[in-house]
Design a protein around this ligand. Structure first.
Ligand SMILES: C[S@@+](CC[C@H](N)C(=O)[O-])C[C@H]1O[C@@H](n2cnc3c(N)ncnc32)[C@H](O)[C@@H]1O
Length: 346
């Protein structure tokens, strides 16, 4: 069947991998009708619309509205999608930006050919689009914020990245079948949810046994300097933004500056976590610790040639306390962020 506007329909990558999708409400099989305009559940018959190539598979978490922060967080990011794309107008500029941060370069270089990758809470999808610049993998970028997804999808479409697609999804209501992904990445997201541990557990069913989960979170100690700056801004107003090292030193345009400032200092909901806490999450969820940034052992440092997915020691409580104290002392340029990598046990 000839379709008039290929950009407005369910993307080809999704149609090709339809067997990995499920209904966020009942877990039934999803179908795409002949005109490719929607996704429909074969079991409960719900129809999910498609917004210019983005299937809208979001479904509410289902907590009492008091405990849940999903709507609040969604409204926040719909107003200011994060991070901004403004000065990224080509695959080359995206690659240059991503490779500036060692982690994204290592990640992309170490994801095996043929892998299926899920990013939960992709925001504007810069990491997913960067990963999609490498041929031979399939990247599924999901977030609850449609305005963010639109920016990611526009970049992907404009530059013909055929192995990346964007889907609206609440990570607490996954739309993917069990054990389909080799990598699940959730960077800077769980600390903006009402129940980060439950969010972590919700990432795992769609990960294959032996697959890797990558989780980035705010650190309780590393984030203290940001907390202090937030207090200062509250008392003194927003004039002293140069106290933030990123706002002070980087040549960010106004939109990116605003997105960073709001995300760091005006967020309606964030929590902070420790290495020990995430190791407990791993232990309780049959996930084996593999690696972290920074390293869990104080005497070891993260190298530019790091093998991300090779096992590392988890350190002692004292080791991890020293590492977190060092994060505090170095001032948390990235907002006191740490990343943990685990492997789902067979
Ligand atoms: C700080 S941004 C991080 C974006 C991106 N991962 C990055 O590192 O640049 C947090 C993102 O998490 C998304 N998010 C928060 N709660 C979510 C949920 N329950 N399901 C899916 N996405 C969620 C927000 O919409 C937002 O885009």
């Amino acid at each position: 069947m000839k379709l008039t506007d290929e950009t407005a329909v369910i993307p080809e990558l999704i149609r090709r991998h339809l067997d990995i999708f499920m209904c966020p409400v009942c877990g039934g099989r999803l179908k795409v009708p002949d005109d490719h305009s929607t996704m429909e559940c074969a079991a409960c018959k719900r129809v999910f619309a498609c917004d210019q190539g983005i299937p809208l598979l979001f479904w509410p978490t289902g907590r009492s509205s008091k405990a849940d922060v999903t709507d609040l967080v969604k409204a926040f990011y719909e107003e200011t999608p994060f991070p901004g794309y403004d000065d990224l107008d080509s695959p080359e500029s995206l690659r240059a930006k991503a490779e500036n941060g060692v982690f994204a370069r290592l990640l992309s270089g170490q994801i095996a050919h043929g892998s299926k990758v899920l990013e939960c809470g992709c925001g504007t999808g810069q990491l997913s689009n960067f990963l999609g610049l490498t041929w031979g993998r399939s990247v599924f970028a999901t977030d609850l914020c449609v305005n963010s997804l639109r920016l990611g999808h526009a970049f992907e479409e404009q530059h013909g990245l055929e192995n990346v697609c964007f889907v609206q999804m609440n990570l607490f209501r996954p739309v993917f079948r069990p054990e389909v992904f080799d990598f699940v990445i959730c960077n800077g997201v769980l600390h903006h949810t009402a129940d980060p541990f439950a969010g972590f557990q919700a990432l795992l069913p769609s990960l294959k046994k032996g697959g890797f989960v990558v989780v980035g979170l705010y650190n309780r100690y590393g984030r203290l300097t940001t907390d202090i700056r937030r207090l200062i801004f509250r008392v003194a107003g927003d004039r002293l933004t140069s106290l933030d090292p990123r706002l002070r030193t980087e040549t960010l345009n106004d939109a990116r500056r605003r997105a960073w400032f709001r995300d760091q200092y005006k967020h309606p909901h964030e929590s902070k976590h420790t290495f020990g806490e995430v190791l407990r999450w791993f232990d309780q969820s049959s996930v084996e610790f593999v690696n972290s940034i920074p390293k869990c052992v104080a005497s070891e440092s993260f190298s530019p040639g790091e093998r991300l997915f090779e096992p590392n020691p988890r350190g002692t409580a004292v080791d991890r306390a020293i590492v977190q104290a060092a994060m505090l002392l170095t001032g948390g340029r990235e907002g006191g962020f740490f990343t943990m990598i685990g492997r789902k046990r067979a």
